[in-house]
Design a binder for this molecule. Structure first.
Ligand code: KIV
Length: 285
């Protein structure tokens, strides 16, 4: 696949064991354009929107309407990457019909190419229903932030023999349920490696070590735009938050001193028209 060809669900699935896949989050048009221009394979409209975009303390507080709204903005900014949209908490837990309707909205209104659903065995029926409706599903196991209440916090998963085996079972079941790819979040590297070997679909790791078929991070973390906390698995590739604060402070200082706006930022007017209006030319113009 050339770098300008659109990334599709089949082209992602075909990358199993091949060139590593990349996925970054975006919640709006501007960041989506930047991520797409950078050449990421997938742009994830994650429900991390709730935390890094909306200032909530977990991901539970963002609903389907908001996810559709942000997905639509992201899709407008993406030309090449596959847009994957998170099914938010509460949009699929109750019944298959809710799950299919919600996923369909993310594709039809949000223009996503696929949805992501958190959970293993407990949500297999929902995933099968969505897949039967011809909507591609990316699975997500390990640390599933929507389960924060049950997990008692954002904790590494699969660290005991029993939990590691359960995670591998979930990975296989999600493949059987029809997922085209699988996010593994915050699991020990050897467990992620075994899960990657156990399934024929690509695994996308976040805090899951180097053996996955791809990696995903939250863009606000990558760019240094979010500093409330940083999980160990985050790598900051830039400090744009500091640069942004400096630029905003420079704006404030120049407005207060009168240095901004300068003549190059202002509009002039024909002198005769000005005189006819009974107005004066400002000093120096
Ligand atoms: O919501 C999100 O951003 C995610 C990624 C961290 C995988 O689910």
């Amino acid at each position: 696949m050339t770098k300008t060809e659109s990334v599709t669900v089949p082209s992602v699935a075909a990358r199993k064991g091949g060139e590593r896949l990349t996925m970054l989050t975006a919640y709006d048009y501007a960041l989506a354009r930047l991520a797409d221009a950078a050449g990421v394979d997938m742009v994830l409209v994650g429900d991390s929107l709730a935390m890094v975009g909306l200032g909530q303390r977990d991901t539970l507080a963002v609903g389907l309407d908001a996810m559709v709204h942000h997905t639509r903005a992201v899709s407008r900014g993406v030309e090449r990457a596959l847009v994957v949209a998170d099914m938010p908490f509460g949009s699929y837990q109750a019944c298959d019909a809710d799950a299919v309707r919600g996923a369909a909205r993310l594709l039809a209104e949000g223009r996503a190419g696929a949805v992501k659903v958190e959970g293993g065995e407990r949500v297999l029926g929902r995933i099968e229903a969505i897949v039967r409706a011809d909507i591609p599903v990316m699975g997500h196991i390990g640390l599933t932030p929507q389960s924060v209440a049950r997990m008692g916090g954002f904790k590494v998963q699969g660290r005991t023999a029993w939990a590691a085996r359960a995670l591998l079972d979930d990975a296989r079941r999600l493949e059987d349920a029809g997922c085209f790819a699988l996010v593994l979040e915050a699991v020990p590297a050897p467990v992620a490696r075994a899960a990657t070997a156990a399934v024929g679909i690509p695994t996308i790791g976040i805090g899951a070590g180097p053996h996955c078929d791809g990696q995903v991070l939250v863009t606000h973390d990558v760019l240094g735009l979010f500093d409330r906390f940083a999980p160990r698995f985050v790598k900051r590739y830039a400090e744009l938050g500091q640069a942004a604060t400096q630029a905003m402070a420079a704006f404030c200082a120049e407005v207060r001193s009168g240095a901004f706006p300068g003549p190059e930022h202002s509009f002039t007017m024909d002198a005769a028209e000005l005189r006819a209006a009974g107005l004066e030319m400002p000093d120096g113009e």
